[in-house]
Structures are given as C-alpha cells and as structure tokens.
Design a protein around this ligand. Structure first.
Ligand code: GLC
Length: 425
C-alpha cells in the first residue's frame, strides 16, 4: 500500500450527479422502483451545475483536513460527469451544465495538494449491453430489468461490447485528467471476476498508472477493504477505509436532515485511526454544485479539531487494543509516543492496563498542558505492570475529543497475559 494512503487518515467522498435534481437516491431510486426510469433520466434536463466551483470545494475539503478526495465520475445510472467520447450519456452533451465536471474537479483537488480519487461504477443500469448476461450464480430467468436479460437468452457478444466501454471510459479518465492516484470501483457484485475479466482490467489500470491504488470492489483484485456505513467493530484485514455519509444519503436529498454532529464525526475518525484505517466522509452536493451549510459546517469544525491535534492524526499508526485502554489511541511511528483519544468526561482519571514502558511526560495535546499520572500495583521485577492512571482535570478537556500525549522512555511494551503469582518478592 502506498505510504500516502496510510498517512492520509481522512478522505472526502462526493456523490454528485443528476439524482440531486429531484433529490432521489443515486441510481437505486429507479432500480428499486421509487421513481420511473424515464422520470429519473429526465433529471438530465435539470442538472445545471450553475454554481459549481471546484476550487471552492477543494478549499473546503482541504480545510476539513482531508488528504484525498474521491468523486463519482459515473454511478450505476451510467451518467458520466466528464466529456466521454464513448457514450452520449454524459453531463457535457446531455445536460444544461455542459461542463466537464471531472476536469474541473481533478485540477482543483490537485492544485490544493490533495490526492485525486475517482469513483467509477462497474454496473451500468442504463445500457442494454450491460443487461446481456446473468450475474454469476443467479438462476436464469431471475429477472432484474436493469441487470439481467430477463427470460431471454444471454448475449455474450453484447457483454463483450460493454466491457470494451468500461475499458475505454476508464482509459479516458486515467489519461486525460493528469495523474489519478486512486480508483474507487463499485458494483462488482453483479458479475463474477471472470465475467468482468477483472485480471485483465487490473492490468490495464496498472499499465496506465503503476502507482494507482484501487479499492476492494473488484472481485478480489483490489488493494484495500471498504466497509460501508457501519463502522468496523474489529479491524478488517489489511489496509482499509470506512466510507460513511454525513447524513443518511450519499447524494443530495433535501428531506434528509439527519446529520451526524461534528463530535460524532470526530469520534468515528478516531475509531478508524485506532484500528488502523482511514475514513472516507461523504458529501452530497446539490445539483447546482453547492454544498449545503450543514455539511460545510461539520467539515470546517472537523478540520479545526484536526489542526489542533494534528500530531496524533496523520503520521501515526494504529493504537492499542481496547483491552489495554477503553478509548481510542494512536502510536507514533517509533512507538515512543502514545496518543489517547478521550471521548468521555473522565471521572478524575483514565486508566491504561498492561503498560510496561515508563512514561516520561504526559500532556494534553491541544493546549500543551502537562498532567499528572500515577502507577499503582504491579510487580515490574516479575514483568507484571500495575495500572497506569492519567489524571485529567475537567477544565482541560477539549469540547470535542481530548487527546492525551504520553511520551515514553522507549518503544511501547505491553503485558497481554492473564496475570500470575509473584514468586519473587
Ligand atoms: C454502494 C451503493 C451506492 C454508493 C456506494 C458508496 O454500495 O451502491 O449507491 O455509491 O456504495 O459506498
């Protein structure tokens, strides 16, 4: 995995598309029958992007503390946000916007010093050549009007044609918009790796940019896992990124006011860092390209908190298992500094179990204020540490999440056993 991805910790996800016109769910609304196919695509006529300012977006995302951004270039509805020569279903030809959103987006994100990510749906429910074969393992005749050929015969030649379109579009995206750092595929589940010819597809991607990072939704060919909406309780294996919406919707939906608070978003970020993952936080801009104030505000407040506690965020590794500390944490790369994420108001102190390494200094990160600690019990001469108590006066707490910095004498060592009789006193 590329070093930049491990250190990024926070990315911004953008679901921008014609679905914002009526404020319906991205692609799924017609797939699930909430709106007719015709009505859904009639949103093309209302997609103006008239206030879309990619630099403004990038400035906001940079302020949020994000190190990379991933935007939907094409969702399952097949509508391309760039000037694709492969299909007329794109916002340059088919909407009043008449703008290459991907071009403006990639330039702005790059010029603000963030890594450029593109979301690309493998599924395309708009096309007949897509619904030409059955998803591997689905019974023939199990009809899904958008994903299968219905009761008819499979048409492998049409499927081959569709795969060519995907190859051609991804090639456009990777060759016409500068260096693409990350590709975020979606919808792999409707076909098998064999049907997607995923091995060859991955080869194509790497031939266009050997450094590109790909998410996992490639039927086994991806580089990192993408748990979605539900934060992992145990860390996924290997590199990972938790994607999550700011309210309950990926794209803009005017009626959805169920936003997470800044404190909740910070908590989720800390949980990801503790378990060694990144968080990809989603915004859903309106059709005109504006980001609603509720979402903007959370991003700005998140960024403020990150700036105050930066040392514990980017250049850190996963923290302690919750058995040692009942809160979040992160470690410096040399393992000589332990950062504790204190979420709750401590009742006088927080406690670390099993810490064998001596603490040299304890302080509150955002203010630099030194704090007191004490160790009780244990039999260090027998290799059994006592309990470490870190005292945190309430007036020193950060209103969001407090980070305690513990500077250690040596790289951290922990005792992770069941205790023992002390045979030497
Ligand atoms: C999903 C959905 C989708 C959304 C995405 C983001 O699986 O199909 O609409 O774009 O994941 O993670």
């Amino acid at each position: 995995m590329q070093e930049w991805f491990k250190q990024a910790k926070l990315g911004i996800f953008i679901h921008y598309g014609i679905y914002a016109v009526k404020g319906v769910s991205e692609s799924w609304s017609f797939h699930n029958g909430g709106i007719s196919f015709e009505d859904y695509y009639s949103q093309m006529d209302g997609f103006t992007a008239q206030n879309f300012d990619a630099d403004k977006w990038a400035e906001l995302f940079q302020k949020s503390g994000a190190k990379y951004v991933v935007m939907t270039t094409k969702h399952h509805d097949g509508v391309a946000l760039w000037d694709t020569k492969c299909s007329d279903l794109n916002v340059v030809k088919g909407t009043p916007a008449k703008r290459d959103i991907v071009k403006e987006y990639t330039e702005a994100v790059r010029s603000h010093g963030m890594k450029v990510g593109l979301y690309f749906s493998l599924i395309d429910w708009s096309r007949e050549d897509y619904r030409s074969v059955y998803p591997a393992g689905w019974p023939i005749g199990d009809r899904n009007p958008f994903a299968t050929p219905g009761y008819g015969e499979e048409r492998p030649e049409l499927w081959a044609q569709f795969l060519k379109l995907n190859d051609a579009q991804i090639t456009e995206l990777m060759t016409q918009y500068g260096k693409i750092d990350l590709l975020w595929f979606d919808g792999d589940w409707e076909r098998s790796a064999d049907q997607w010819k995923m091995g060859k597809f991955k080869e194509l991607l790497l031939s266009l940019n050997p450094d590109v990072i790909c998410n996992s939704r490639m039927q086994g060919y991806g580089d990192y896992a993408t748990p979605e909406q539900g934060i992992p309780v145990v860390a996924p294996e290997g590199p990972w990124e938790f994607c999550i919406t700011l309210n309950d919707s990926w794209g803009y939906r005017g009626r959805d006011h169920h936003h997470k608070s800044t404190r909740q978003v910070i908590r989720m970020l800390c949980e990801c860092i503790t378990m060694g993952g990144n968080m990809l936080l989603d915004v859903g801009p309106k059709e005109d390209g504006t980001i609603i104030p509720e979402q903007e505000q959370v991003l700005l407040e998140l960024g403020e908190w990150i700036r105050e506690n930066e040392e514990a965020i980017y250049d850190t590794e996963k923290g302690l298992n919750y058995a040692f500390f009942q809160g979040g944490s992160a470690l410096s790369p040399d393992h000589k500094t332990l950062y504790l994420f204190v979420y709750d108001k401590p009742n006088e102190f927080v406690c670390i179990k099993g810490l064998k390494t001596r603490i040299r200094r304890a302080s509150i990160l955002h203010s630099g204020q030194e704090i007191r600690w004490d160790i009780t019990g244990g039999a260090p001469w027998n290799g059994i540490p006592g309990l470490t108590w870190i005292f945190i006066p309430e007036e020193l707490l950060h209103p969001m999440v407090t980070v305690v910095k513990l500077e250690l004498d040596a790289p951290i060592e922990l005792y992770a056993e069941a205790g023992a009789v002390i045979s030497q006193n």
